[in-house]
Design a protein around this ligand. Structure first.
Ligand SMILES: NC(=O)c1ccc[n+]([C@@H]2O[C@H](COP(=O)([O-])OP(=O)(O)OC[C@H]3O[C@@H](n4cnc5c(N)ncnc54)[C@H](OP(=O)(O)O)[C@@H]3O)[C@@H](O)[C@H]2O)c1
Length: 322
């Protein structure tokens, strides 16, 4: 495994990380989740991503159990706050009240004393940015959170938060967690990459395989018991559109010529950007982990000719409704 600094911070993250969305506490049983997490750890993965909303809190419980026998200092654990997880008007969003309530609930479910990373899962237009920054700063001073960050915040919102933090002498966001893969590129490449160095934040990117599409498993037909066939995730089914399937089929040829698998190419290509601190992967089988970690070898094979071939396949590709 290779490790990268998270932005300008001293924290080192494994280039490949593992998240719990859809899988832990939901699509896979707890024994499989634990085996996947341990396989990842054995490969040198140190960053494990979670959120209060995943499987309505169950994902944190399952992850908490799975890490119980691992040394806490060797782990970078995260959770997130924003989406509704509690009753009533204050059971969601980024008010000081919900941030603190949700953080305490996540710590309890995971059975840990602190979170290494704590993300604002979306921007909250109903809470002043100063209230958010101060609540996060307080959590850092209390030792409950080591670094705080954002997820799916736009460049202007991040710049505002960093400015507010600078003026108040509070901890600024140290990391952003954006959606980024070969089919969804624009915000990261056009907006966040140019800002990341100036504002000193790192990026940990999500859904590198576009929920599994970029594994190639949907190229001929939709298999059973995979994410994009799950009824309760039917809002994701639009991912399976002709344009993106066409691109994916062509990318399979590039991967084959490079002697890597399509998931390895899709994940490794994201690591070509130095601003990407870690690519957060997902897995429903231990074999996925064994395969995906080898993506760290891909950037060295991305010659200018290969990058150009990939660009010509991706084209000027707008994100489909994200
Ligand atoms: N901040 C946010 O708003 C946000 C949003 C989404 C995700 N995330 C984070 O990002 C993490 C990763 O996102 P994601 O799970 O959507 O990632 P992804 O890489 O796009 O999809 C992962 C899924 O693809 C399939 N897969 C993975 N490796 C494979 C391989 N080698 N061969 C074939 N199939 C493979 C598995 O599902 P099947 O077996 O079902 O096909 C796996 O669960 C999440 O767990 C979460 O921590 C954050």
């Amino acid at each position: 495994m290779n490790y990268r600094r998270m932005g300008a911070s001293g924290l080192k993250l494994s280039e490949i990380s593992l998240g719990a969305w859809v899988t832990f506490g939901e699509q896979i049983d707890d024994k499989t989740a634990s085996a996947i997490l341990h396989a990842a750890y054995d490969h040198g993965i140190n960053f494990f991503d979670n959120a209060d909303i995943y499987a309505r809190g169950r994902a944190e419980i399952v992850m908490g159990e799975a890490i119980r026998d691992l040394p806490r200092p060797s782990l970078v654990l995260s959770s997130k706050v924003f989406w509704p997880t509690m009753e009533g008007p204050n059971g969601k969003g980024l008010s000081r009240k919900h941030i603190l309530e949700s953080c305490h609930a996540s710590l309890k479910r995971m059975g840990v004393e602190y979170l290494d990373l704590y993300f604002c899962h979306r921007y909250d237009p109903e809470t002043p940015v100063e209230e958010v920054v101060r609540a996060m700063d307080d959590l850092v001073h209390q030792g409950k959170v080591l670094y705080w960050g954002t997820s799916e915040w736009r460049g202007g919102q991040l710049a505002h938060a960093c400015g507010v933090a600078g003026e108040g002498g509070w901890y600024p966001p140290a990391v952003e967690q954006p959606h980024y893969n070969m089919l969804v590129r624009t915000i990261v490449e056009d907006e966040l990459v140019p800002l990341a160095d100036e504002l000193r934040f790192g990026m940990v990117t999500w859904s590198p395989l576009r929920s599994g599409l970029l594994s190639g498993k949907y190229n001929d037909s939709t298999p059973g018991n995979v994410r994009l066939s799950l009824e309760r995730y039917n809002w994701l089914h639009g991912i399976l559109n002709d344009r993106d399937l066409g691109i994916t089929r062509k990318l399979a040829g590039v991967a084959a010529d490079l002697g890597v698998t399509l998931p390895q190419l899709a994940i490794g290509w994201l690591l070509r950007l130095p601003q990407v601190s870690s690519v957060i992967t997902g897995a429903t089988r231990v074999e996925h982990v064994h395969e995906n970690v080898k993506a760290i070898e891909v950037p060295a094979r991305l010659t200018p000719e290969v990058l150009e071939r990939i660009e010509s396949i991706l084209g000027n590709h707008p994100p489909p409704g994200d």
